[in-house]
Design a protein around this ligand. Structure first.
Ligand SMILES: NC(=O)c1ccc[n+]([C@@H]2O[C@H](COP(=O)([O-])OP(=O)(O)OC[C@H]3O[C@@H](n4cnc5c(N)ncnc54)[C@H](OP(=O)(O)O)[C@@H]3O)[C@@H](O)[C@H]2O)c1
Length: 258
């Protein structure tokens, strides 16, 4: 059974205006999902929606919403209640490089709400809807940063650890319900993320490949690490003491920080 038959006819993609989310939108449109595209930048969403609906003969609804706001998850749930959504790409997120002692703490609540609170509330609302309709799929975008402390990006890594554990546990809880949950763990990916997180410009994986890996793994396993080298990294980390893994990771993150 293809993804559209399994989960369709509608998919909701958060963070669809750029990067990995936009690639999910493109690949789902090619599979004939109708799409709800959510992010803050309406102009970008509208342009993508126009292009995808014209090229794939599907329906696309752009929704401009700030998902770091307290009521945003219930607003998005409400705004999508009239469509038969069976797939949620729970993707919108932000990073923040820097030492804890040097960061602006006013950015912390925004990041925690966007990367954790909204992700968890959307996961709740949509999982309930999917269980009621007897089928559904959800991708929660975590990271290779989910697996260990990430010095120079401490809070970000902690939020992504949250996302991984949430997805893994939900996948187990929903076994046998017809609802599949996947934690997607990309490594450094070539999107706007590094720039907006205050990182140096850096080569990264193709975001299209990351989305493809997730759509291939959904329904087959609870966690996918995108990229062969990232898989080797995460698996080999289990063989070493955690403090050594964190110390080696700090070297990499210091290079990524601008
Ligand atoms: N790129 C990487 O190296 C990397 C690695 C591992 C994991 N990830 C994860 O992958 C996910 C997608 O990131 P990306 O790499 O595609 O980054 P990106 O290119 O910066 O895209 C982020 C998306 O999230 C949206 N977003 C940000 N803040 C938002 C807010 N307050 N409300 C609503 N939407 C918001 C952005 O849209 P607007 O600005 O229009 O709102 C954009 O569509 C994130 O969860 C990130 O943690 C990224």
């Amino acid at each position: 059974m293809n993804l559209r038959e399994k989960y369709g006819p509608w998919a909701v993609v958060t963070g669809a205006s750029a990067g990995i989310g936009a690639q999910f939108a493109r690949q789902l449109a090619a599979r004939k999902f109708n799409l709800v595209l959510a992010a803050r930048r309406m102009e970008r969403l509208q342009k993508l929606a126009d292009e995808l609906s014209r090229e794939n003969a599907i329906e696309c609804r752009p929704i401009s919403i700030d998902l770091s706001k307290e009521e945003s998850a219930s607003e998005l749930n409400e705004a999508t209640s009239t469509v038969d959504a069976g797939l949620l790409i729970n993707n919108a997120g932000m990073g923040y490089y820097g030492l804890v002692t040097k960061q602006d703490p006013r950015r912390y609540p925004t990041m925690i709400r966007l990367n954790c609170t909204t992700v968890a509330l959307l996961a709740h609302y949509f999982a309930k809807r999917f269980v009621e309709r007897g089928r559904g799929g959800m991708v929660i975008v975590a990271s290779t940063a989910s697996f260990q402390g990430t010095a120079h990006m401490s809070l970000y890594g902690a939020t992504k650890g949250f996302d991984l554990l949430l997805a893994e546990a939900m996948a187990q809880e929903l076994k046998g319900s017809g609802v599949d949950v996947l934690a997607l763990c990309p490594g450094v990916t070539a999107t706007e993320f590094q720039g907006s997180a205050g990182g140096a410009s850096h080569a990264g994986a193709d975001p299209g490949g990351v989305a493809r890996d997730a759509l291939k793994a959904l329904g087959r396993k609870p966690v996918v690490i995108s990229g062969a080298l990232n898989k080797v990294q995460v698996v080999s980390e289990r063989l070493f003491p955690r403090k050594l893994v964190v110390a080696l990771g700090e070297r990499v993150l210091r290079r990524l920080e601008s």
